[in-house]
Design a binder for this molecule. Sequence first.
Ligand code: NCD
Length: 360
Amino acid sequence: MPHVPQTVQYYPGWDAFKALPLSQKITFFEQNGEYFHTIFAQQFTRKKLDELFILADHIRDIAKNQQGRLALQGVLADKRAMLFFAQPSTRTFLSFLNSCHILGVKTSEIRDTATSSEVKGESGEDTIRTFASYVDLIIMRHKEEGYAEKSAWVLNQATRPVPVINAGSGKDEHPSQALLDLYTIQRYFKNRDGIHGKTIAMVGDLNRGRTVRSLSQLLPLYQNVKIIYVAPDGYKMRPDILAFLKEKNVPVHETDDFKSIIPEVDVIYMTRLQDEYDMDSESQHVDYARFHFTRSELSLLPPHAIIMHPFPRRLEIEVSIDKDKRAAYWEQEVNGMWARSALITRIFRREHLVENINTC
Ligand code: NCD
């Protein structure tokens, strides 16, 4: 049985902690380089991603028959998880919930803060500590950037530290989405050197989309990747990510001419306008139709390329494109459940129980 360390390091003072460089924060969110909290995409190393993809494939293989599905439910049958989703969610919520069910984790949920004691004036910190009194894992989504990070920091000083998975933190990060996005690219291109050497275009509201920010931070882990950012004026990728990619020597091309880049891509990653973050209905003035993938663009897309979307979709991809074999987004959605199952298994160091399942 692998040893699961019970203690995590604590850093006093939230403001001081918040100001630390990411590389230093990460050590407080892990246990000797091993999983504990999953807050930032950059916590995933190449080794961790490779292992998670293999584990995700293995879990979904085992789940192909009844005996396997029942055995998987024993992997984490002694654990309980809290899904705290204070922002709307369909896929992320359901895929995490069903990952828990696949592995036998019992779940409770709060999806509306109006039903929790925060409306009675309880602080976010007390709310999080309360969750930790009852469960072994907290999966959380919040509109505030840094809420998941602060929750993890708070829990590091609790008598019973409980791991936190960030399932979307405002306009900032969505690390488990980046995990499933890479898993999807890896699977589609498994006979074409996986993610290495791919040209990936991210299209839409890159300024406020957290999926594209998290994905961008992991792409430098792969060789010879090129990124094309396609966004309307005022919605371009933020400078912090551009600086990060420059430091990692990843070639980046920025444009607002969507059509022109379609023939060059291996992966085209569409996103919607994140208008819930508007200050003054400003995105109503954007001509977003220029960033829609319609049937007429399909002939421009290379035959081997794939189209992705984290969803929800509005008009970014014409529905009739779903039938094209290059449409990868429905599969991407399914991949999320398996990639998240692998992540939860690893957080609890239970991969050996998965390995021991006899699939014959
Ligand atoms: C995304 C999100 O919530 O950031 N959706 C998701 O998690 N699958 C993308 C979006 O809402 O546009």
